[in-house]
Structures are given as C-alpha cells and as structure tokens.
Design a protein around this ligand. Structure first.
Ligand SMILES: [Zn+2]
Length: 238
C-alpha cells in the first residue's frame, strides 16, 4: 500500500513538473495554442448550416441575423475571457479574399499585426499613409502580399470587367508604382536606410497560405518626379 502511494506521489510530481515546465516554455505554449485553434477550425469548418454562399434560399435579413447572433456568442465569451492587447510590430497588406486568413498566415492569434485589406492589395495615398502611421507607431516590418487565383487580378485582365470596375482595375495596374512610391516616402526610406524597417513582398499560395518571397519593384531614384507623387483622379478613370 505504501509502495503504491509512493508511486502515485512520484507520478503526481512528474505531472506537476511537466505542467510547470510547459507553462514556462513559451514556444510550447504557442504551439499548443495554435493546435487548439486548429481543433476549433476542424469542428466548425465542415458545418454547412450557415454556408452563405450555397444556401440559395437564405435572405440578406437572415444572413444579418446570423452575423449578429455569432457576434453575441463571441462577445459573451470575450467578456468572460478578455484578451491581452499587444503592440503590433508587423503590418500586412493583403487582399480581401476570404480564403486568406491573416492570423493563419503567421500561425499567430495574438493580434500582433496591423492588417490593411483591399481587393488585390491595391494601395493609394491613403493606404500608404496608413502604413506610414503604423511604422511611426512602432512597426518594424511591412509585408505587402498578393496571392494566387486573385479575382481582382483576373478582373484587370478582362476587358468587360475593366469597363465595370475602372478604378479597381486601374489600381491593380499601378500596384508596383504605388509600392515604389511608398518606399520613396521620406520616413520610410530613411528608416529602411537606418536598418530600422524592413519592407517585404510576398506571394501567398491561396490553397496552403504558404508565403513565397517575391521581389519588390526596383528602387525609386531614377523615376521622374511626376510619376512619384502626382496622381490626377480624372486620369485614372481612363
Ligand atoms: Zn485577391
């Protein structure tokens, strides 16, 4: 009996020790957290009850009710288990395509990222300013992404779609120009030169969400002044 008790005590000690080690091993906790999030995905993903795209009878009002109900559920959980706010050091520009999940891109659910989402990751002066504001707020890495099978890129290649969406398709055409413009902004250029900021271009595989390194457009120095900072909205209507 004593021997059994002794074994139980040793076992409890081992379990407690392993638990304490796990708690202090931040990498292990991070991976375990990601694994649990994936358990949640695998529970929810197969559900078709509210497959908004394929339930042809669902009305806009029903969709809205479901959005509200899901928000209520999520909010009630969040009120009970508040999350820790972190200050982002990375800003991501990504397409609005729902298949791209920016938390999954980095396997990180801790709200560590500023995210700017537009169709085709297009940028105008406004988005450039958003990124610069993020940099001034402490961002050290800006990641500009595009992705495979992008509907906005396809639209830019279709004459009919170009007629229907003249602004979006024109913005797709000038993505490189906007990136060069962003890189040439004084705050951005000086921080890159000082080694305080990295700007990366990435191509995302839409099916696997793998980030594949891509090239940024060539530097700005040789570009004529008018191509860098002067845009006439009337010209964009083409
Ligand atoms: Zn897209």
């Amino acid at each position: 009996m004593n021997r059994r008790r002794h074994v139980m005590l040793v076992l409890a000690g081992v379990v407690l020790g392993a638990g304490a080690m796990f708690f202090h091993n931040h990498r292990a906790r991070f991976i375990a957290g990601g694994a649990m999030v994936n358990v949640g995905y695998s529970l929810q993903d197969p559900l078709q009850d509210f497959d908004f795209a394929h339930d042809e009878n669902i009305t806009p009002a029903e969709v809205w009710q479901e959005v509200l109900a899901q928000n209520q559920m999520a909010t009630s959980v969040r009120k009970r288990f508040p999350r820790t706010a972190r200050h982002p050091v990375v800003a991501i520009v990504a397409c609005m395509d729902a298949r791209i999940d920016t938390s999954e891109l980095t396997g990180d659910t801790r709200k560590y990222y500023y995210v700017v989402r537009t169709a085709g990751s297009v940028m105008s002066e406004k988005e450039e300013e958003m990124l610069e504001l993020a940099v001034e707020n402490g961002v050290k890495v800006v990641v500009w992404t595009r992705h495979t099978d992008c509907a906005a890129e396809k639209a830019a290649k279709s004459p009919t779609a170009r007629e229907h969406f003249p602004f979006l398709t024109a913005a797709i055409d000038e993505r490189d120009k906007r990136l060069r413009e962003f890189l040439a902004r004084p705050t951005i250029a000086s921080r890159i030169a000082a080694g305080e900021l990295l700007v990366k271009a990435i191509n995302i595989d839409t099916m696997t969400e793998e980030m594949i390194a891509a090239d940024l457009p060539a530097p700005t120095a040789e570009l004529p002044e008018e191509e860098l900072f002067c845009y006439d909205n009337d010209q964009q209507q083409g």
